[in-house]
Ligand binder design. Sequence first.
Ligand code: UD1
Length: 335
Amino acid sequence: MKKILVTGGLGFIGSHTVVELQNSGFDVVIIDDLSNTTIDVLANITDITGKKPDFHKIDLRIKADVKQFFDNNKVDGIIHFAAFKAVGESVEKPLEYYENNIGSLVYLLQEMRDRKLDNFIFSSSCTVYGQADELPITENAPVKQAESTYGNTKQIGEEIIKESCNAYELKAIALRYFNPIGAHDSIKIGELPLGIPQNLIPFVTQTAAGIREQLSVFGDDYPTPDGTAIRDYIHVVDLAKAHIAALKRLLENKNKQNFEFFNVGTGTGSSVLEVINAFKKATGKSLNYKIVGRRAGDITAAYADTTIANKELNWKTEKTLEEALLSAWKWQEKQ
Ligand code: UD1
């Protein structure tokens, strides 16, 4: 059985990916420092799959601890989620973001190089495209100057991996996520935002639950059909499955280059108002919302052209926006 290390495996996307890995017959070892999740997630994963993943509480910024982990564990592949991800905070704390998001990445790659380990999957983001000139966004769209430190850590991360693949003959795939939402069908795992949610869907579900009084829709003067900004919201389970597909591509040596990157989205863009309507359709809940000004740094529209990912990864999304929103709501109700 192949053993896969999942860093950040108790986080939102990480936990869903661990479940899909176990369901696909992989042995999983998780590293997480619990900085943005809780240990309960481990038991909840075990509840879903019937198999407790091996777990190590390690802070990947501590090089000696990373080294010690690899002294004691041999793995066939690594899926690296562990990173900070708050856009606004990243601009206020750039050094913390570079230390965590870049430092940890370098340490992992060094251990891979030194021990001749291979097969690395990296969590990247569609934020690398900025406001693309053409929609939908293909992998051929240029990477634009990052708008935030967070975005820059993803761009720099991809470059570090690409150069390492060339120098040390490693194989890696970066998955450029669009907007992951929703929760596992079992409603045992989902997104756990700390404090006031910055992302749209947790804010929507908390407003529907009465935790937040009102949803602010950031801008209705964008050049889109209803004036609100458009994103590509992908069910987190579909996103998790893309990691299994990418991992298998590397394990089976089906990759065409040492370093590849793919867009992971649904291919469909939805405006903020369309999300509010879809939420009502899915759950029967009307949201209290008001239109306010644009949020600084937001782009007008981003949605994926998934042609290349569908073909090369032999993967496609299966769940609808309404299914994703319903699962997010059930998860909220459970909290
Ligand atoms: C954000 C990040 C992106 C990151 C992603 C991770 C920014 C500028 N971008 O994407 O880099 O990879 O999260 O999940 O922060 N909205 C509202 N009201 C709200 C919250 C959001 O109207 O209370 C709108 C936003 O203006 C946007 C859409 O909903 O149009 C989605 O917002 P969000 O969930 O924060 O995701 P992104 O901004 O696309």
